[in-house]
Design a protein around this ligand. Structure first.
Ligand code: FES
Ligand code: FES
Length: 1006
C-alpha cells in the first residue's frame, strides 16, 4: 500500500506491506537512528515522535503514520562542520548528553533524546521527577539514568538562556598524601609452611594510599567527552544492524520446545519448498565440530560440549534448525513448516538433583572434551577446590562457628541491543562477520575450525555495541549465521528477538551457597569456608572460571588470618553442575556478586551476634595493602597460580567516607524515628498496631574485584601519525559502551602532548587492529591502556628524533605538549610540521609504533557499598531510598565515564537485589522472557545514588589505574539485604528480595 508522511520535515511517499511496523519501515528507508530492543513495546528503543508525541514505532503499523509527521533523532541536529557547508550544529540536548557523559553504549540515546525533546517543548522548566517520568519509557541498561536526567535538566537550562553548572572535572586529590614506595616489590615472598595446605603470610610494608607522582596530567583525569559520543547522539548507523547489503537474507533459528531429548524425526521439505526460502539447516546438514562458546583465551578453560546443530536437545531454547529467507516474515513462516518429532527424556531442572544417583546424563556425547576436574557422566561441568591453611583445625579452635545457607538467582544481562550478526563472503572469498561481540579475536579463533576455514580467511568486525555485560563474551549466533552464508553464498543477518535473548543466550550462574565462619569473641576471624552448588545450565562455558572467581575474589576480602599464627584459613569448594536450563555464562562481575551476598550477609550476622558494629567488624578483618592476595596463590582461571601482592588498598577510607554519606551513625539499632531494629530478632516490636508498617534500615557491604587476568590477558595497540599531526589509534580492545576507546585515547593524548580530539580511534577489526583478548575481566584500561602507553611512548621517541633534527637539539631535550615539540631553549615545532617533515621532506619515514602488554598482576579495586531502605513489614515491599558507593579504583582516567559506569553497575545490581529473576515452569520453559515481566529499573523507579572515588596510585600501571567496570555489581545485593536486616531484625537468605519473599521471611522470622 502507499502512504504519505512527513519524515523529519520532508514529504515522503512510501510503498509498504500492509502489516509492516513503522519501526521496520523506517529502518528499511535508511532511518537507522530508530533502534529495536524488543519489538513488543517494552524497551522504548524504537521511540519516534508522531505529531510531536513520543510513541514506540514497533507497536504501530507504518500505515498508521499515513498523513502524519514522524520525527526521529536524525532531525535533531548534526555535526556543525560538513566540509565547506556549515550547519546549525547539534541540538542543546545532544550537546548536554555529550558533555555530561550521559551516553554509554548509545543504543537507547536516540530514544531518550526524542522523549526529552517532547518534554522540553511542552515544559521548558521541568523538575527532576518530570524528567524521570518522561524518560521512563526508554529503558537504559548502561547508565543508571543519573547522567541522562542531568543532561536533560542541563539542556533545559541552556534553552531557557541560563548557564548550567559545570560538568564533573577533575576528582578531589587523594585523601591522604603519602610518598610513593621506594621500589614496589615485583614478586611475593614464598609462603611460610605450617600444617596442611598453602598459606599466605606474605606481608610487605606498603603505604595504603599512594598519590600520583608530581606533575599534572592534562588529559588523564579529566572528563573528556567520549570519542564516539557525537555520532551516537546523532543516531548514526554505527551498530551491527545499521547497514544494508544487496541480497541480504534473514536468518532465523527454530528452538527446542523440550528441555531434554532427541530429534526422532525432522521433515524440512515444506519449509525448503516455501518461495523465498534459501536454506534450511539441521544437524544432518552441518559438520559436527565440538567446541565451547566461551570467548576466552586459548586453550579455553571450559569443557568442549557444544555443536552448532545437534540431534540432542539440552534445554528449552536449544537449536533445532536454522533457516535463511528473503524476509523475516518468510523465515518465520518457514520455521512453522518444519515438522519435528522428539523423543523426550527426563529432564534435570534442579541443580540439587543433577548429581543424584540415576540422574539423567545431559552430556552423553562421545566427542565431549573435558577440562580439568569435570565429569559429564555425573553432570559435573567443573569441580573447584581452593584451600589455604587448616580450616578444620581453625574452626575447632574458634570461639564461635557461624553457619549460613544462601541462594542467588539466575538473572540476565539484558543488553538493549540483542545478539545480532551479519556474515558475508568478501571479494577474496574471506568470510566476514559484522557482529555484536565483546571478543572479536577469540570469536575468529573459535569459529575457524567450526566452519572449516583457516583463521586467515575470517575477518571479524566489531562496530559499536549496544551493551554486552558479559552476555556477548560468547560465540552465540555467529556460527549459525556463517553456516547460512556458506550454504547460500549470500549475506545473512541473524538477530535475536528479546524472547530468544532471554531463553537462548546466557545468564548469571544461580548458586546455593553454604558458609561456615570461625571467629573469636573479640571479632577476629580465624577461618572461613564456602561451599557452592552452581547451575551452569545446559552447557559448561565459563563453568570453571566464573565459579572459581566466586571464591577467588569474594573470599579474599577477609583472609581469616587473625589467629595466633597469622595464617589464612580459607576453603572454597564448588560443584558446577549441568541442568536442562538455559546456559549460564559470563555476566559483569563474573561470579563475584554471587560470592559477596553470602560473605557479606554472614559478616553482618556475625557482627550483630557478637554485638559489634558491622562496619568496624569488617574493617577489623579486611585484607590490607602489603598483604598477599590470599586466593591468588591457589587459583588462576585454570592456569598456574603465582601469587600476587596487594599494593594499594583504600578500603578503610572508602568505608569511612561512605558511612558519612549514608549517615551510618544516625538512628542506629532501635531508633524510634527510623524504626531501625538492629539485631533484635523480636518482630513483635514492629507489628503494625496503630503504627506505621514502614521500617527504615541501613546496610553495608565491602567488596573487591580484580583487574584483568594476570599472566594471561593481553592487549595491543598501534599508533600512526598523519600529515597534519593527527593520529590513528587502533586498538583490539572492545569498547562495548564502557568508554574504553575514550580512556585509551586520553592516555595516548597525554603521552603525545595533544588533545584526544587529534585521534581517530578505531576498535576493533581483526584485519586491522592489533590483537586484544577483548572486553572482560575489567581489563581494558589497565592492560590495553598499558599497551597504548607503550605504543605512544615509542611514537613520542620518533617524534622527538625528527623534532630534534629540525631544531638541532638532542631528542631527549624535547618535550611534547600543546601539539608541539618544545626544546629547552623555548623554540618549538608543531606536531603537524614534524609529520610533514617526516612524511615528505627529509629522512622520510612513517612515524608509527605498536605496543602490547600482559601483566603479572591483577590489582584489586576495593569498594564500600551502602544502602538505605524502607521495608513495609505488612507487605514485604522493600524500597531502596539511597545507594552510596565509595571506591578505590586507582587513579580515574575519565571521572564522568567512571561515575557513569558505577551508577549503571549499581542499577543492574539493584535489580539483582530486589526484582530480577528468570522464572521457569515445571517443563523448564522460562515464563517471563520479556521486559514487561522481567523487570529492569526504569528512570522513574531509581533511588538516589552517590558515587565517590578515593584515588590511589597503583604502581604497576603507567597512570596508576585499576579496574572500574565490574565492582559496582558486587555490593548492592548484600548491602540491601543487610539494610533489611537492620530495619526488621530478619536477615534475608535468598535474592531477589521480592515482597513475597521478604513477607514470608518476616512471617517465619528468618
Ligand atoms: S523495540 Fe519497540 S519498544 Fe522495544
Ligand atoms: S546507554 Fe542506554 S542502553 Fe546503553
Amino acid at each position: 500500500m502507499q502512504i504519505n508522511l512527513t519524515l523529519n520535515d520532508t514529504s515522503q511517499s512510501w510503498d509498504i506491506p500492509v502489516n509492516e511496523t513503522l519501526l521496520d519501515a523506517l529502518r528499511r528507508h535508511g532511518v537507522f537512528g530508530v533502534k529495536q530492543g524488543c519489538q513488543t513495546g517494552e524497551c522504548g528503543a524504537c521511540t519516534v515522535l508522531l505529531d510531536d508525541v513520543p510513541l514506540t514505532s514497533c507497536t504501530m503499523l507504518a500505515a498508521q503514520a499515513d498523513g502524519h509527521r514522524v520525527t526521529t533523532v536524525e532531525a535533531l541536529g548534526e555535526h556543525p562542520e560538513q566540509g565547506w557547508k556549515h550547519t546549525e550544529g547539534l541540538h542543546p540536548l545532544q550537546q548536554a548528553f555529550i558533555e555530561i557523559g550521559a551516553i554509554q553504549c548509545g543504543y537507547c540515546t536516540p530514544a531518550q533524546l526524542l522523549a526529552a525533546e517532547a518534554l522540553l517543548r511542552e515544559n521548558p522548566n521541568p523538575s527532576e521527577a518530570e524528567v524521570r517520568q518522561a524518560l521512563s519509557g526508554v529503558l537504559c541498561r548502561c547508565s543508571g539514568y543519573v547522567r541522562p536526567v542531568e543532561a536533560v535538566l542541563r539542556a533545559a537550562a541552556r534553552l531557557r538562556g541560563e548557564e548550567p553548572p559545570p560538568v564533573i572535572g577533575r576528582l578531589e586529590p587523594p585523601v591522604n598524601v603519602m610518598p610513593l614506595p621506594p621500589t614496589p616489590p615485583q614478586s611475593a615472598e614464598p609462603p611460610v609452611e605450617a600444617g596442611p595446605g598453602p598459606h599466605t603470610q606474605v606481608k610487605v610494608d606498603l603505604p595504603k594510599l599512594v598519590v600520583a607522582p608530581a606533575g599534572e596530567t592534562r588529559h588523564v583525569g579529566v572528563s573528556e567527552p567520549k570519542v564516539d559520543a557525537v555520532k551516537l547522539a546523532q543516531g548514526k548507523p554505527a551498530f551491527v544492524a545499521d547497514v544494508e547489503m544487496r541480497g541480504m537474507l534473514i536468518g532465523k533459528i527454530l528452538h527446542s520446545p523440550i528441555a531434554h531429548g532427541y530429534i526422532k524425526h525432522i521433515d524440512i521439505s515444506k519449509a525448503r519448498a516455501l518461495p523465498g526460502v534459501h536454506a534450511v539447516l539441521t544437524y544432518q546438514d552441518v559438520p559436527r565440530v565440538i567446541f565451547s562458546t566461551a570467548g576466552q583465551s586459548h586453550p579455553i578453560p571450559s569443557p568442549l560440549d557444544f555443536v552448532s546443530l545437534d540431534r540432542k536437545m539440552h534445554f528449552v531454547g536449544d537449536r533445532v534448525a536454522a533457516v535463511a529467507a528473503e524476509t523475516e516474515e518468510i523465515a518465520q513462516r518457514a520455521l512453522g513448516l518444519i515438522e519435528v518429532e522428539f523423543e523426550e527424556l527426563p529432564a534435570v531442572l534442579d541443580p540439587r538433583d543433577s548429581m543424584a544417583p540415576g540422574a539423567p546424563v545431559i552430556h552423553d556425547e562421545g566427542d565431549y572434551v573435558p577440562f580439568a576436574e569435570c565429569d559429564p557422566k555425573r553432570n559435573l561441568a567443573a569441580h573447584i577446590h581452593m584451600e589455604l591453611g587448616n580450616v578444620d583445625e581453625a574452626l575447632k579452635t574458634a570461639d564461635y562457628v557461624f553457619e549460613g545457607e544462601y541462594e542467588v538467582p539466575r538473572v540476565q544481562q539484558t543488553p538493549i541491543e540483542p545478539f545480532v550478526c551479519i556474515t558475508y563472503w568478501d571479494e577474496d572469498d574471506r568470510l566476514v562477520f559484522r557482529t555484536s561481540t565483546q571478543v572479536p579475536f577469540h570469536a575468529r579463533r573459535i569459529l575457524a575450525p567450526v566452519l572449516g576455514l583457516p583463521i586467515k580467511r575470517i575477518r571479524v568486525i566489531k562496530p559499536r555495541i549496544g551493551g554486552g555485560f558479559g552476555n556477548k563474551q560468547e560465540v552465540m549466533i555467529e556460527d549459525i549465521c556463517a553456516h547460512l552464508t556458506i550454504v547460500t553464498k549470500r549475506p545473512v543477518k541473524l538477530e535475536y528477538t528479546r524472547e530468544e535473548q532471554f531463553m537462548a543466550s546466557t545468564s548469571r550462574h544461580p548458586m546455593i551457597i553454604k558458609m561456615r565462619t570461625g571467629v573469636m569473641k573479640d571479632g577476629r576471624m580465624v577461618a572461613n569456608e564456602m561451599r557452592v552448588l552452581s547451575d551452569t545450565g545446559a552447557f559448561g562455558n565459563h563453568a570453571l572460571t566464573v565459579n572459581g572467581n566466586t571464591g577467588h575474589k569474594a573470599m579474599s576480602l577477609y583472609p581469616a588470618n587473625k589467629g595466633a599464627d597469622g595464617q589464612s584459613n580459607l576453603r572454597f569448594v564448588a560443584e558446577v553442575v549441568y541442568t536442562n536450563k538455559p546456559t549460564s555464562g559470563a555476566y559483569r562481575g563474573y561470579g563475584v556478586p554471587q560470592g559477596f551476598f553470602p560473605v557479606e550477609s554472614q559478616m553482618e550476622r556475625i557482627a550483630r551476634a557478637l554485638g559489634l558494629d558491622p562496619l568496624q567488624f569488617r574493617l577489623m578483618n579486611v585484607v590490607q595493602a602489603g598483604e598477599e592476595h590470599p586466593m591468588s596463590k591457589v587459583f588462576s582461571e585454570g592456569r598456574e597460580a603465582r601469587g600476587e601482592l596487594i599494593r594499594t588498598n583504600a578500603i578503610v577510607e572508602c568505608a569511612r567516607l561512605g558511612a558519612e554519606l549514608i549517615g551510618w551513625e544516625k538512628g542506629k539499632q532501635g531508633d524510634k524515628e527510623t524504626g531501625r531494629q538492629g539485631n533484635k530478632a523480636d518482630l513483635s516490636t514492629c507489628l503494625p498496631v496503630n503504627l506505621s508498617t514502614l521500617r527504615q534500615g541501613k546496610g553495608v557491604a565491602l567488596v573487591m574485584q580484580g583487574t584483568a587476568i594476570p599472566n594471561l590477558d593481553m592487549g595491543a595497540a598501534s599508533i600512526k601519525m598523519n600529515d597534519d599531526g593527527s593520529f590513528n589509534l587502533l586498538v583490539g580492545a572492545t569498547d562495548l559502551g564502557t568508554g574504553s576507546d575514550t580512556v585509551l585515547t586520553q592516555m595516548a593524548a597525554e603521552v603525545l602532548g595533544c588533545p584526544p580530539d587529534d585521534f581517530i580511534t578505531y576498535s576493533s577489526d581483526t584485519d586491522f587492529t592489533p590483537f586484544d583478548v577483548g572486553a572482560y575481566a575489567s581489563s581494558t584500561t589497565y592492560i590495553s591502556g598499558a599497551a597504548v602507553v607503550e605504543a605512544a611512548r615509542k611514537v613520542a621517541e620518533q617524534i622527538k628524533a625528527v623534532a630534534g633534527r629540525m631544531l638541532d637539539v638532542p631528542p631527549d631535550e624535547i618535550e611534547l605538549a600543546e601539539r608541539q615539540a618544545l626544546a629547552l631553549d623555548g623554540r618549538s615545532v608543531t606536531l603537524a610540521e614534524v609529520a610533514l617533515d617526516s612524511l615528505h621532506r627529509s629522512g622520510q619515514h612513517q612515524i608509527m609504533a605498536v605496543g602490547s602488554y600482559v601483566s603479572p598482576d591483577s590489582p584489586p579495586p576495593f569498594g564500600a557499598q551502602f544502602a538505605d531502605v524502607t521495608v513495609d513489614i505488612g507487605t514485604g515491599q522493600v524500597t531502596v531510598n539511597k545507594l552510596v558507593m565509595v571506591l578505590d579504583c586507582g587513579m580515574i582516567v575519565n571521572p564522568a565515564a567512571a561515575v557513569g559506569q558505577i551508577e549503571g553497575g549499581m542499577t543492574q545490581a539493584l535489580g539483582y537485589a530486589v526484582c530480577e529473576e528468570m522464572l521457569f515452569d515445571e517443563h523448564g520453559r522460562m515464563v517471563n522472557p520479556r521486559f514487561g515481566d522481567y523487570r529492569i529499573f526504569a528512570a522513574d523507579e531509581m533511588p538516589e545514588m552517590q558515587v565517590r572515588f578515593v584515588q590511589t596510585y597503583e604502581p604497576t600501571h603507567p597512570f596508576g589505574v585499576k579496574a572500574v567496570a565490574e565492582i559496582p555489581l558486587d555490593g548492592v545485593g548484600p548491602a540491601v539485604a543487610n539494610a533489611v536486616y537492620d530495619a526488621t531484625g530478619v536477615s534475608p537468605s535468598v535474592l531477589p528480595l521480592t515482597p513475597e519473599r521478604v513477607w514470608r521471611a518476616l512471617r517465619d522470622g528468618k
